[in-house]
Design a protein around this ligand. Sequence first.
Ligand code: PMP
Length: 422
Amino acid sequence: VAPVDWAAVRSDFPLLGRTVRGGRPLVYLDSAATSQKPNVVLEAEVDFYEQRNAAVHRGAHQLAEEATDAFESARAAVARFVGAGEDEIVWTSGATAAINLVAYAFSNASLGRGGAAAERFALRPGDEIVVTEAEHHANLVPWQELCARTGAVLRWFGVGDDGRVDLSDAASVVGERTRIVAFGHASNVTGAIAPVAALVAAARAVGAYTVMDACQSVPHLPVDLRALGVDFAAFSGHKMLGPTGVGALYGRRELLEAMPPFLTGGSMVEVVTMETTTYAPPPQRFEAGTQMVAQAVGMGVAAQWLDELGMPAVVAHEQALAAELLRIAEIPGVRVIGPLEAADRLAVVSFVVDGVHAHDVGQVLDDHGVAVRVGHHCAQPLHRRFGVAATARASASVYTTIDEVVAFREALAGVRAFFGAE
Ligand code: PMP
């Protein structure tokens, strides 16, 4: 791994230069919620609107051609970044939309939509969908809803005391009726990386489809979706240094080809009569309506920027940050929820402070200019598993420095005294 000038990397993010709370330097430790954006991403969006803005895939004019090129090149950049084929990447508004797209495609197939090719996706009462107790609500609620629409039954893997998915009862959780196994690649609460190979193997053994929520992993790990062998994956632009309002669904090509659409309307059709419609091949079949072109272009640039930085270097940098973050466990009264070693996890650390509510922890840190997130982080079942209603969470990204983590630790060390909880 070639050495990286991390100070130069950081100086590429204009927002990080600002101050908060009366002149304090901003210590942004909320990257798991959303990341900041490098200049190249901001400039790509402005450039698109200043030079290329047009509707894609339809105009007969030069601008439309240039906009289409930019849009499709961005798709190619994102595909390359995650080890997918260009026609295996569907633009969505984010990971939530991508997971819902899959869930609704399965339920449309269950209604007989999509013809014989789509029968493989049809769920019947008593079929099973498997998730984990660690899921973000975005990878849980759509499956609950799919169960409600089809009569399928939701089952799940529990989480061990170390915050990792517990596969010890795999044989009783995944079985002959399992049709879908949906799991997060990395937890947005504990930072734990899921045992992907074991989950994929368990699903394959019974012919179930895998859906991986890669929202937290794609910005922080080298992710090769084909090598991982998942059937579908979802991720968001805004967590990987790109814009909001854009994300992607990865689907293995032969699956996307057989899958019925979710949203319908313009741009996703071949022939429309007053009675019936035939649909375009993927990915267009799943991209109804005017697309988020400028955002997609920004996401493509973000993927390329990360690719050039090099994901192995990002991993090394963020493991050092994770080790520094985890030292908060040495502060009396601080309990970390999740694995305590920096290996095999991300620099996302959730914690509770004895005798102090997470929201108060967040407020004191904010007074020091330290931005963390507090609450259940859209993972209520996981918080229930650990017997807490809320945690505070510090999360890093490529631009985070060790000095910032030290400033966070020092501010956190004073929290209990501040509330008289010592
Ligand atoms: N899954 C995980 C693990 C996440 O962290 C998030 C965002 N907090 C999502 C899904 C949903 O992503 P989005 O809100 O961008 O659709």
